[in-house]
Design a protein around this ligand. Structure first.
Ligand code: HEM
Length: 405
């Protein structure tokens, strides 16, 4: 039950050795998520070096504008509006809704690949099969979905994955100082931008029915997004679109296997909103994004939780500690998909509230429901499983499960 978070919550605002302020209580996190004096635009950060241009490793688009997650209003709002228009609910239900049958098709195909056939590797004479929920399922599924949404060839995965890994490493606070990590993040984003420049170049003059084509054309309704912004935001969407969902699906399957009564209810299928409740509770109980490390800086002195955070300070918001704050959540260390109120912080809050939530929710609901219904008698082979290195993006590296048949 995360004893470190309980310890941190005793002091809502803690000054950390790297000079950042760490905030762990629900009320204070929510206040800061909605406070315009807390900037996400790294050009406002004291350590930002405007003379150090962002270079891709080879010739290509250098100095890309920051992706919209790293900007403030009005730039942020303008970019988010354009993306929202092209993405889905509430303005344009079409794109996500039309992907739901696709999602079912991808999920059932993947599960049949490892669970349904007689000749799979790992199947032994005793009639049982070993599967890795991460490599065989939870990773490839959201990758396929985000590729289809953006219009990225699925076969390019080995190429963009190394760059995506580099972004994830750069947001992991255990891998170096704030400035050095920001440099590495810029570099990885620039490399991804270069990848997208080549992709768009190759299909110039043949726009498809995908998000990137829609952004570039303005989709007939809104202004088009400037080309360089499309590159940096495409990189953001590609990374954010799968590195988090893989962990929600895997954390979900692990939690369900530890709570077999909920797995049984999901398998029976007679509670129409159960999958949605399970996913919301997972976002509270085992969220993939545990904290937002140094992604915000104070533009002014901000008083919060009895402490004044001075102007120009990096701030870390421990979302997962807030979602388990006993002052705001009843019995927070219990996994309870039936709870009445679930105002979790799993998708953040305020103007940067997760843009991909309308996609991640159905993806995870479909994935967990189909796993519950199609895997015969699943058993965990290692509990706890090995975890990924990053403490901020938390999820198992492998989740080995044995099934019958
Ligand atoms: C923002 C979590 C899936 C795209 C965020 C934030 C969180 C989050 C906590 C807030 C970041 C901040 O305030 O700095 C998650 C989780 C997911 C998920 C737990 C899956 C279970 C996705 C998907 C996409 C996506 C599938 C894309 C299709 C984004 C973007 C932002 C964002 C673009 C920035 C929004 C903005 O700055 O206005 N996400 N996310 N996310 N997410 Fe997600």
């Amino acid at each position: 039950p995360y004893p470190l978070y309980a310890e941190l919550r005793k002091t809502p605002v803690v000054w950390a050795e790297d000079g950042s302020y760490v905030v762990s209580t629900y009320r204070e996190i929510v206040a800061l998520l909605h406070d315009p004096r807390l900037s996400s635009d790294r050009r406002n950060f004291p350590e930002y070096d405007a003379d150090a241009p962002t270079q891709a490793s080879e010739e290509g688009p250098a100095g890309l504008p920051p992706p919209f997650i790293q900007t403030d209003p009005p730039d942020h709002d303008r970019a988010r509006r354009l993306l929202t228009w092209n993405f889905g609910p509430p303005h344009r239900p079409g794109r996500i809704d039309s992907m739901i049958p696709d999602m079912f098709g991808i999920v059932t195909g993947e599960i049949d690949d490892f669970a349904g056939k007689d000749d799979v590797a790992g199947k032994d004479r005793s009639g049982t099969t070993r599967v890795d929920i991460v490599d065989d399922f939870a990773y490839p599924f959201p990758v396929t979905v985000i590729c289809r949404l953006l219009g990225v060839p699925r076969d390019d995965e080995p190429r963009f994955q190394a760059m995506s890994d580099a972004v994830i490493k750069a947001v992991d606070p255990t891998t170096g100082g704030i400035t050095e990590r920001q440099r590495r993040r810029d570099k990885a984003n620039a490399d991804l931008g270069q990848y997208f420049a080549e992709l768009l170049d190759a299909r110039r003059g043949q726009p498809g029915d995908d998000l990137l084509s829609g952004l570039l054309s303005g989709d007939g309704a809104e202004a088009a997004m400037p080309y360089e912004q499309v590159l940096s935001n495409a990189a953001l969407l590609l990374v954010a679109g799968h590195e988090t969902t893989v962990n929600l699906i895997t954390n979900g399957m692990l939690t369900l296997l530890r709570h077999p009564e909920v797995l049984d209810r999901l398998r029976r299928g007679d509670e129409p909103d159960l999958a949605a409740r399970v996913v919301e509770e997972l976002l509270r109980y085992e969220p993939p994004v545990q904290f937002l490390a140094n992604s915000r800086n104070t533009l002014d002195d901000i008083e919060v939780g009895g402490t004044t955070i001075p102007k120009g300070s990096p701030v870390t918001l421990v979302l997962a500690a807030g979602s388990r704050d006993p002052d705001f959540v009843h019995d927070p260390d219990r996994f309870d998909p039936d709870r009445e109120h679930n105002e979790h912080l799993g998708f953040g809050g305020g103007i940067h509230y997760c843009f991909g939530a309308p996609l991640a929710r159905p993806e995870t609901q479909i994935a967990l429901t189909e796993l519950a219904c199609r895997l015969r008698n699943p058993r965990l082979l290692a509990d706890p499983p090995p975890y990924r290195a990053s403490p901020s993006l938390r999820g198992p590296r492998h989740l080995l499960v044995e099934i019958d048949g």
